[in-house]
Design a protein around this ligand. Sequence first.
Ligand SMILES: Nc1nc2c(ncn2[C@@H]2O[C@H](COP(=O)(O)OP(=O)(O)OP(=O)(O)O)[C@@H](O)[C@H]2O)c(=O)[nH]1
Ligand SMILES: [Mg+2]
Length: 345
Amino acid sequence: MLNEKKNFVIGIGQAGISLCHAYNQKYGNSFNGINNNALYISTAIEDNSEINSRNLVLIGKEGSGKKYSKGKSIWEENIDILNDKILRAIPEDIDKIIIFASVGGGSGSSSLSFITKILSEKYHHIIVCPVLTFNFENLPFSTNEIQCLETLNQEVTSLATIYPLYNSKYENESLDKINDIFIKEVHTLLNINNLHNPNLYTPISLDKLEAESVLFSKGFLLFIKEVDFENKIKLDFGSFSEVKNIILLQNINEYKSKNGVLKYSEELIQNVKKISNRVKNARVLYGIIRSNQISENNCLIASGFNIESYINKKKRQAAGKVTNYTTKRKPNKVLKGRDKIKFDV
Ligand SMILES: Nc1nc2c(ncn2[C@@H]2O[C@H](COP(=O)(O)OP(=O)(O)OP(=O)(O)O)[C@@H](O)[C@H]2O)c(=O)[nH]1
Ligand SMILES: [Mg+2]
């Protein structure tokens, strides 16, 4: 079983710390009020009001002011302290590590590849969860996002699974609500093979090794709820035809007779055929689940693709924003052509 007790959660920077705290409160195991399975890493005293000091590593105190390069130099200057504190904080029986940080700020975003590298020397099941920016956020958030995703794409895809969390899907919700949605998603993913009821008849189930082989296959990972099998499947990231691994799950969320369940499994096999035809080189695993954690009739997990096209799209959008930004502030010095894309904060 993908055992909950063996998860260790790390939160870095403001968003990372909020998500780590929420995850820990909901799913962590505390002992005498202190949770040993979480670590908060911060560069600003403001991030830490609710955090117990035993679980906190504070490096610097005033943050990076949303500057990726400043964040990066804070981590580089403190690499020995970080190495020591991080590895010492993780108990022996941990084998899965979840890391939360936003990509739009300076501290969390610049830490993701840095900290994953430290952890990857010892741990093989690391899931990095970068929180993407909202659509309404302009510079410097979008340039931080580009730098962070580019580094993850180049340096982390061979070391860890990267599961992006989309703020922009929930533009009208409060941060607390969004964080709650995100931690549930991550938790569901990590326990995906436990979403069937062993006491009820299930002809095709997904076992632990199958689930782990996709979840920890390294590279970017997506979780699509309710697939429309009749139309082209569009990913927010990358291209569906390049996906290397897929898990397709058919959900039976109400009681069904044995014959009813068999009908569901026939439907699943038909859907597997449709998916396999579209991604000839992907390994497609499948199973039936009985879960009310997922309200949809099916879901799909896809892993192992690169995100260059997404990063390029973000660069084009940021270039447009640079023009607006510089036009407002320095009307005589509007950046043009290639210069816009090279803009760095
Ligand atoms: N989902 C979610 N997003 C958040 C939260 N707090 C901040 N953000 C987003 O995170 C980005 C800003 O990054 P922060 O996490 O504040 O930055 P930081 O890592 O603390 O880095 P610095 O403040 O620059 O030192 C923006 O895109 C925010 O919209 C949160 O609690 N939940
Ligand atoms: Mg901050």
